[in-house]
Design a protein around this ligand. Sequence first.
Ligand SMILES: Cc1ncc(COP(=O)(O)O)c(C=O)c1O
Length: 386
Amino acid sequence: MIPLSVPQIGGNEWKYVKDCLDTGWISSVGSYVSQFEQMVADFAGCRYGVACMNGTAGLHIAQILSDIQPGDHVIVPNITFIATLNAITYTGAEPILIDADPNNWQMDLDILEDFLDKNTYLVESGIGDRVSINYHSILTHRPIKAIMPVHVLGNVGDMDRLMSIATKYHLTIIEDSTESLGSYYKGKHTGSFGQFGVFSFNGNKIISTGGGGVIVTDDEDLARKAKHLTTQAKASSIEYIHDEIGYNYRLVNILAAVGVAQMEQFPQFLENKHRMDKFYRTELEGVGDIAFQKVRPDVDPNCWLFTFKTARMRDLLDYLNKKEIFSRPFWMPMNQLRMFKKLLYVNKEDHSTKLYESCISIPSSVGITLEQQETVVKEIKHFFGS
Ligand SMILES: Cc1ncc(COP(=O)(O)O)c(C=O)c1O
């Protein structure tokens, strides 16, 4: 079996985990946690990192600290993993879904801008210097507070344009950068554009801690609050005094130890991914009706999970999995999931459905060998008869 995307454990993981076990520092306090969160923040070019038990928890905290209240709206792409929307709904806010750009498969910014332009109105509220300015939805009369771009598959959209839309419409940017550690737009790392960025380190990501996440931000106060909220909002180091409702979301030291070892190897992992991507693109170009995800020239993606389009996706999926080449379809668009069917889905041609019906992800582990890649390519060519 050639797996889809499995972790590569080849560095100091055993040594650092043993260190935790030997010293008894296995839980949520320990030096690996702070070391890991700082390593991730440094890599992403952000000042602060706050380690969480997973990316979803990090996204939830980022929502809370962006003042997302019950009834507010947060804008998200319709093509994403469900965790993006879950994190919003935990706060009681309601997502607004934007269709995908058929070229780069990120949120379609033409549709986003057109929606904000034609379907919202400006409201100033509050008293004294606590005035808030928000655009409200014409449909629901509720404030639209934030945009959560998702760097789908480690690719990146037009961040300059997104940031200027956010400024114009008074929207906070919370980046779901969970898939994009190692991805850059004009030399700037993902996660460093918004008020917050959140990375995930679950089993299929480019580095893994088994489960884990890191929130990054440049704002010292927000970083302090994020750490506070992820550690049960404990207000005293000795006494059990808590000053708000907090969460038990902190990453544990054992897993952070794995993360430190993974970060040490990350530059090599990134190189492997680029090599893998180049091989697939070269070998699969012109095979059958295969079409690749478009990457802007000013984007340097991390090439996380190799995914392409073909009208014969379902048959190819069956074929490859029967050959023990583990392959997966794309996410079902969020507007098609039972819980989200009633959400506002802004689209013109519903490219989300087209992507869902045609995209297939193929084996892309950091440690995939050339021989394994050759097998994958050979079978895909055989399937298409080329
Ligand atoms: C786009 C996206 N958002 C959020 C998450 C959630 O991350 P985690 O699995 O660490 O909770 C993931 C990864 O699973 C993801 O791919």
